[in-house]
Design a protein around this ligand. Structure first.
Ligand code: ACO
Ligand code: KIV
Ligand code: MG
Length: 510
């Protein structure tokens, strides 16, 4: 069996998804979970882009010791110096430098000739190599590059010290057979290729990122770049969970294995979804809510008789539905702790006590507290937010102008009266959002609002996802509650808290 290394770019390319803005603590939390998931390399960020990205890469490099940590850099001196500064405390650092090699990118974007691109490649890889032994070189837009020129660039990168060569399908243009042939051609034409690892980085613009990556595995590559839940620029990157489960389930085809600990998949997916604010579509492979749901009678009959009739993966394998205890209002701390352990939700004693109190409140409202509820409860307790809800009330009806009154609490203990405002709106949610805007002194533009039930049944909790624009910044938020207005308020407030955390808005009472 060949070993395929998983290079996770959730924190770099994933964070380039519009609406995703992770703070430093959130990135560290995701990196720690990626380590448990068994990824080989974490691309922690692009240090030159902002002080926050620099700080996140430095912190992850310092704290996450059992996984290689990579930082991205353009083929420019200042980028590489900055990446090295951020990575220098890492146990196994990798500088990942890149430059575009396609005619279209060289001519219009870089405004560089082939010779200049070759010069930058040599300079960048040599400089990176003078800092670290592990250097990855990516040829951006490789799949639209001339194969002979790409092989020339790659040969030079190897001579200059690269240890990994990455072939990105940057704009998701490739199709599987063609991409496999392209990868094979590069591997044949590049001098010294046997000394390095070959990688692919596929985007999902045509929905083919996973298929293209798997075709490249068959063509002989050693590393796949991917992101949890398929996050990433535009339509995203190849989804980590799909690649891991395809390699595992069809090892007969790929003759390859990875270090991914599959039972950590669900937990990782939910953590990334919550912190990024990007919900997972219900019919998404592996981690979608419906991925293991059987609705049709013939299917249900088959599954009841023998699960393998309609299930090619068992839910336990990806860490789903491992909760064996029925939790309700009569459950105690031991049962809750056991259920959390079964689900792989690992929280300290102090947070556990708070979670237990909230669990009891929820159990009063719901007959059965499900695994999804537990994930949500645990999620809610992972953030220390600047503003929290103290009080909310809406008045609405067919003959009334919907009105909301919101009271917030500031973590620095600001005077309560100053953080209560009322507002009208076209509906109760709009009124509540206007009241929050008044308190904070901003005008958030609601770009997207989605409400869905977490489970089935009348007592299910509602989950609201929003995307809000604060000036030029787009931020996502999520809220969960048995009351849909409260879930809506929580979602908006989470977006506000994220924008506050990034310094994009300031509390400025009107
Ligand atoms: C395919 C990918 O995912 S690439 C990674 C994309 N990620 C990002 O862009 C992260 C966020 N970006 C940023 O914060 C900023 O764009 C920065 C800090 C990287 C650069 O900011 P600025 O210096 O203001 O440049 P700006 O973004 O306007 O333009 C990019 C410049 O980099 C050049 N460039 C782009 N890629 C490369 C490269 N790989 N190597 C060298 N130069 C490059 C462009 O040609 C352009 O140069 P020019 O100013 O001479 O025309
Ligand atoms: C930086 C590179 C690897 C990239 O993200 C791409 O080409 O899509
Ligand atoms: Mg990319």
């Amino acid at each position: 069996m060949r070993q395929i290394e998983f290079f996770d770019t959730t924190l770099r390319d994933g964070e380039q998804s519009p609406g995703v803005a992770l703070n430093v603590e959130e990135k560290l939390q995701i990196a720690r979970q990626l380590e448990k998931l068994g990824v080989d390399i974490i691309e922690a960020g692009f240090p030159i882009t902002s002080p926050g990205d620099f700080q996140a890469v430095s912190l992850i490099a310092e704290k996450v010791r059992d996984t290689k940590i990579a930082g991205l850099a353009r083929a420019e001196v200042q980028d590489i110096e900055r990446a090295w500064e951020a990575l220098k405390k890492a146990e196994s650092p990798r500088i990942h430098t890149f430059i575009a090699t396609s005619p279209i990118h060289m001519q219009y974007k870089l405004r560089k000739t082939k010779e200049q691109v070759l010069e930058h490649t040599k300079m960048a890889v040599e400089l990176a190599k003078s800092k670290v032994s592990d250097v990855e070189f990516s040829a951006e837009d490789a799949s639209r590059s001339e194969v002979d020129f790409l092989a020339q660039v790659f040969s030079l990168a190897i001579k200059s010290g690269a240890t990994v060569l990455n072939i990105p399908d940057t704009v998701g243009y490739a199709v599987p057979d063609e991409f496999a042939e392209f990868v094979k051609a590069i591997m044949t034409k590049t001098e010294g290729i046997e000394k390095v690892k070959v990688s692919v980085h596929c985007h999902n613009d045509l929905g083919l990122a996973v298929a293209n990556s798997l075709a490249a595995v068959k063509a002989g590559i050693q590393q796949i770049e991917c992101a949890v839940n398929g996050l990433g620029e535009r339509a995203g990157n190849a989804a980590l969970e799909e690649l891991a489960m395809a390699l595992y389930t069809r090892k007969d085809q790929y003759m390859a294995q990875s270090r991914i600990v599959t039972r950590e998949i669900t937990k990782t997916s939910r953590l990334v979804s919550r912190l990024s604010g990007m919900s997972v579509q219900h019919n998404k492979s592996i981690v979608g809510k419906n991925a293991f749901a059987h609705e049709a009678g013939i299917h249900q009959d088959g599954v009841l008789k023998e699960r393998s009739t309609y299930e090619i993966i068992s839910p336990e394998m990806i860490g789903l539905d491992m909760n064996t205890i029925v939790l309700g209002k009569h459950s105690g701390r031991h049962a809750l702790r056991k259920s959390l352990d079964d689900l792989g939700i690992d929280i300290g004693e102090e947070r556990f006590q708070k979670l237990f109190e909230d669990f009891k409140v929820l159990a009063e409202k719901k007959k059965v507290v499900t695994s999804s509820d537990l994930f949500s409860l645990a999620d809610v307790h992972e953030l220390e937010e600047e503003l929290t809800i103290d009080y909310w009330q809406v008045v609405t009806g067919n003959n009334l102008k919907p009105t909301a009154t919101i009271g917030l609490q500031h973590k620095n203990g600001e005077e309560k009266e100053e953080l209560i405002k009322a507002a009208y709106g076209d509906g109760p949610v709009a009124a509540a959002y206007k009241a929050i805007d008044k308190i904070v002194g901003i005008d958030g533009e609601l770009l997207h609002y989605n409400l869905q039930a977490i489970d089935s049944g009348e007592d299910s909790q509602g989950e609201v996802n929003v995307t809000v624009k604060f000036r030029e910044h787009i931020v996502a938020g999520r809220g969960i509650s048995t009351d849909i207005i409260e879930a809506s308020v929580k979602a908006y407030l989470q977006a506000v808290n994220r924008a506050l955390g990034k310094g994009w808005v300031m509390v400025k009472k009107r």
